[in-house]
Design a protein around this ligand. Structure first.
Ligand code: IPE
Ligand code: IPE
Ligand code: MG
Length: 248
């Protein structure tokens, strides 16, 4: 069966977020170093960005490095940062050719300066593209992001620009890194782990979750299409009853 053909073009999530997990275990299974798994994971990124373009997913957020990942052995962190710079500079022409616009969320200033520069260059070069917006979550954690938002709001209250009683969820959203993107309708996590690991806690409030045992370096277009098909088979009720939904 051609999975892509089975997808309903009228019900494509606008935004898909992915926790790309399992690189280390994949490498171990091959008798290789964990870093090898991270390198292989780049091929999956390329495929999934392309798959988004093919079916019309407009935003793809990839969890590439969490705040907590800084606690990994220094060798691994250094290798990941190097891989990031190398990948971004190597892939930029390809992103441009496919009309992909690059964006980033997270504590970007905590990244090595070379990473920040490559990232900014690629963001600038791809700024006018409009097929898929690829959002890399780098040195990202949701608690970090929400804490910053709360600080911004508290500052406005302190300065007398905002009354505490006037604060709504819109104020919190406005100060999140993701404020210019719609919330993801679908979140995918690979490698069989069933947790959210400090990823987009606010934004995933009503997202559909899809978990697969496939390790990230093995995750290919058909795996992605399977996730989309699973999404399309769900009833999103947003607190209402099934009857209310089917009447609309
Ligand atoms: C995901 O793979 C990539 C990053 C977190 C950077 P892991 O490195 O977490 O791989 P496992 O989970 O140890 O197999
Ligand atoms: C989550 O994966 C972060 C990324 C994919 C970048 P981890 O492998 O770090 O998550 P935990 O620690 O196992 O939950
Ligand atoms: Mg992991």
């Amino acid at each position: 069966m051609d999975l892509k053909q089975s997808i309903n073009k009228n019900n494509i999530p606008q935004h898909v977020a992915i926790i790309m997990d399992g690189n280390g275990r994949w490498a171990k299974q091959q008798g290789e170093d964990r870093i090898f798994g991270h390198h292989e994971g780049v091929n999956s990124v390329r495929e999934i960005v392309e798959a988004c373009g093919e079916i019309g997913v407009k935003y793809l957020t990839l969890y590439a490095f969490s705040t907590e990942n800084w606690n990994r052995p220094k060798d691994e962190v250094d290798a990941l940062m190097e891989l990031l710079v190398a990948t971004i500079s190597m892939e930029t022409p390809n992103l441009n050719k496919k009309g992909v616009k690059l964006q980033a969320i997270g504590d970007i200033k905590s990244l090595p300066v070379s990473c920040q520069q490559e990232l900014q260059d690629s963001i600038d070069i791809t700024a006018n593209n409009n097929t898929v917006t690829l959002i890399l979550a780098l040195s990202y954690s949701s608690k970090w992001e929400i804490t910053n938002s709360v600080k911004e709001i508290a500052k406005q209250v302190e300065e007398g620009k905002l009354k505490a009683s006037d604060i709504t969820s819109k104020h919190i959203e406005k100060h999140l890194n993701t404020n210019i993107f719609p919330d993801p309708e679908l979140m995918i996590r690979t490698s069989g782990e069933h947790r959210i690991s400090n990823f987009l806690l606010w934004q995933l409030a009503y997202a559909e979750f899809y978990f697969t045992d496939t390790l990230w370096p093995d995750f290919r277009k058909d795996d992605f299409f399977k996730a989309i098909l699973s999404y399309q088979n769900r009833e999103r009720r947003f607190g209402k009853t099934s009857d209310q939904i089917s009447k609309n």
